[in-house]
Design a protein around this ligand. Structure first.
Ligand code: NAP
Length: 248
């Protein structure tokens, strides 16, 4: 079967690493992005220069119409998706819950939770044998924050990732007999731009001594876990979480 992957938020960070590794393993890859067209085009060029297949689509996962357009575009250009990586995720400036306004919490939940749900729904509609599909795999990006809570930084983000943990458990059971495996990768502190969004670009280096392995992680280390979960080697693994967190 032709391997076709959608990676949401594939223009930078962990999503970009997943896209590169997937292309090297023979996937035709569609990365989505929010604003950063040049970064997305760079990843596509990197993959196509190595004779891989990649396209980029601007689509905000928090907007249902954008998600529908993203999946339809993949249907029309690459074929039916066989792997979805629900990677797009955001956090905002570090603060306590008693300083958060409702708009901020809504933004976090719309992108991290609603976005993952509607992308998963579109994938299941295409992959499920109950809908005439040929099966597939979904990997959701959670965070160790879902268990640690991120106090004083972003409890809203941590709670959104707890929702992702539960999405994985429930959806995995719903579609287990329909040819779809659903799993989670839960990264610890990884060197990407996301920490700058929280107002602290150097956060990984500040917290790394508290990590049992005494270092931050790299996007490629997360990507390997994602690709393993999507591979046939993980054929009896569903509803599972792999922590990629240096022991934290
Ligand atoms: P990142 O470097 O900040 O990159 C975020 C990516 O998501 C970018 O490609 C961005 O697109 C895209 N994006 C943001 N909002 C979007 C939206 N509404 N619709 C579509 N795409 C959107 O993030 P990262 O660190 O690689 O994180 C990737 C995932 O891993 C997230 O779910 C994050 O929560 C999770 N995670 C990260 C860490 C960490 O330490 N880095 C730890 C645990 C979990 P543009 O380039 O267009 O902005």
């Amino acid at each position: 079967m032709k391997k076709i992957m959608i990676v949401t938020g594939g223009s930078r960070g962990i999503g970009a690493a997943v896209a590169r590794l997937a292309a090297s393993e023979g996937y035709a890859v569609c990365i989505s992005y929010l604003h950063n067209r040049s970064a997305a085009e760079e990843i596509v060029a990197e993959i196509t220069d190595r004779h891989g297949v990649a396209i980029a689509v601007q689509a905000d996962v928090a907007i249902e119409a954008d998600v529908l357009r993203l999946f339809s575009h993949v249907d029309a250009t690459l074929g039916t998706v066989t792997a979805l990586v629900n990677n797009a995720g955001i956090l905002e400036t570090q603060m306590r819950v008693d300083a958060m306004d409702a708009d901020r919490i809504t933004r976090i939940l719309m992108t991290n939770v609603l976005g993952s749900f509607i992308c998963a729904r579109e994938a299941v509609r295409r992959m499920s044998t109950a809908h005439g599909g040929a099966g597939g795999g979904i990997v959701n990006l959670s965070s160790r924050a879902s268990k640690l809570g991120a106090p004083g930084e972003y409890v809203d983000y941590a709670a959104s990732k707890a929702a992702i943990d539960t999405l994985t458990i429930g959806l995995a059971k719903e579609v287990a007999a329909e040819g779809i495996r659903v799993n989670t990768v839960s990264p610890g502190v990884i060197y990407t731009d996301i920490h700058a969004s929280g107002g602290e670009p150097g956060r990984v280096d500040r917290v790394k001594d508290g990590i049992p392995m005494k270092r931050g992680g790299y996007p490629e280390e997360v990507a390997h876990a994602v690709l393993w979960l999507l591979s046939d080697q993980a054929s009896f693994t569903t509803g599972a979480t792999i922590d990629v967190a240096g022991g934290r």
